[in-house]
Write a protein that binds this ligand. Structure first.
Ligand code: PGA
Length: 243
């Protein structure tokens, strides 16, 4: 079983100067963090190089917020795996609900991105999750199962992270009940058929709910948006303690 993965996604936040300040606060706060967990931050592309320089030699790993399926080419606005590898990037977030919603990313495209990540030695963090309407119509499990089956097709589960992120809990302050998040993570594990798959929960993770979430049997980490922008909050999340 791999280590739990605690990842902060800065989304479209953080200039290089802000990333430097954040790291200056954050790195000392993880000096004594137990080695039983992996710590990851996903800067915007422009701050990856600065973040990589400052974190080299530290335990903080870097994720990108996207990766393309082609090695290079005429794909304006996209990022190639080799461009990430050059900076020692280890993870790539794909299938987040924001590109699914704003850029109509399909499960097929997400699968191409995730396969490309694995082919180039990156670990994809593939996000899945239902909307509020889908949940109230009783369709949550069917939607997530489709995202899992199509998005993860052909992937090696040993070099993969899946993030269960109910869309209604992202950036809303409404956390999914930890027991319900755990139940869905357990279902995902059974659908994939890989007992050691790392499954994160994401959606309004905060210092106040991290310990409870990490105490759940099927939750092997978290993907954190808003609370990762504040170095002290994210350090508290990284330093979670399970009773
Ligand atoms: P949030 O975002 O923590 O701000 O809810 C989570 C995410 O989008 O991954």
């Amino acid at each position: 079983m791999g280590k739990p993965v605690i990842a902060g996604n800065w989304k479209m936040h953080m200039t290089c100067a802000q990333a430097r300040d954040w790291l200056a606060t954050f790195l000392p706060l993880i000096a004594d963090t137990p080695d039983d967990r992996e710590l990851v931050v996903a800067p915007p592309f422009t701050a990856i190089s600065t973040t990589a320089e400052i974190t080299s030699g530290s335990r903080l790993e870097i994720s990108s917020q996207n990766v393309h399926w082609e090695a290079e080419g005429a794909f304006t606005g996209e990022i190639a795996p080799s461009m990430l590898e050059e900076h020692g990037v280890r993870y790539a977030i794909v299938g987040h609900s924001e590109p699914r919603k704003y850029f109509s990313e399909s499960d097929e495209q997400i699968n191409h991105r995730a396969r490309s990540a694995q082919a180039h030695g990156l670990i994809p963090i593939v996000c899945v999750g239902e909307s509020d309407e889908q949940r109230s119509r009783g369709e949550a499990e069917r939607v997530i199962r489709r995202q899992v089956e199509q998005g993860l097709e052909g992937l090696d589960p040993n070099r993969l992270v899946v993030a269960y992120e109910p869309i209604w809990a992202i950036g809303t302050g409404k956390t999914c009940e930890s027991s319900e998040a755990n139940r869905i993570c357990g279902l995902i594990r059974s659908w994939v058929g890989a007992p050691d798959l790392i499954i994160q929960y994401g959606g309004s993770v905060k210092p106040g709910n991290i310990d409870e979430l990490m105490g759940m049997s099927d939750i092997d980490g978290v993907l954190v948006g808003g609370a990762s922008l504040d170095a002290e909050s994210f350090a508290r999340i990284a330093n979670y303690q399970v009773a």
